[in-house]
Design a protein around this ligand. Sequence first.
Ligand code: ZN
Length: 149
Amino acid sequence: MSDLRELYQQLILDHNKSPRNRGALADADKHAEGYNPLCGDRVTIHVRLENDRIADLSFEGDGCAISTAAASLMTQALKGKTLAEADALFETYQGMVTGEPDAPIDQDRLGKLAVFQGVCEFPMRVKCATLAWHTFRAALNDGDTATTE
Ligand code: ZN
């Protein structure tokens, strides 16, 4: 168990305890709800776009520590990004959590999201870590629900 891994766990616990960007979002123009039946996680994502940029976003919902921390860190990572950047980040993140535990990752692009690399060892947890992201994409596509199944 490395110090780095411990630091990562602290970050997840912190975001679970004090989630960022949680709540309703005034003037949001995109919304979707997501559900992960395996764990019981529920999340709603609100997005406000300005042209092709994510001006603001927030989440609501209840779930396990991983799903809440993942939603919180996702909102921080995506705020201000263009839709193309958000797509690229999703691909990188998805590749990480479904990849090998010791695979090289794009730390510059992922930033704090790198804390979720450890979930790739726990297939059940991958769905917790990606629920908010799938729901975000459903919101952009004007879908109203997303599920990890
Ligand atoms: Zn969960």
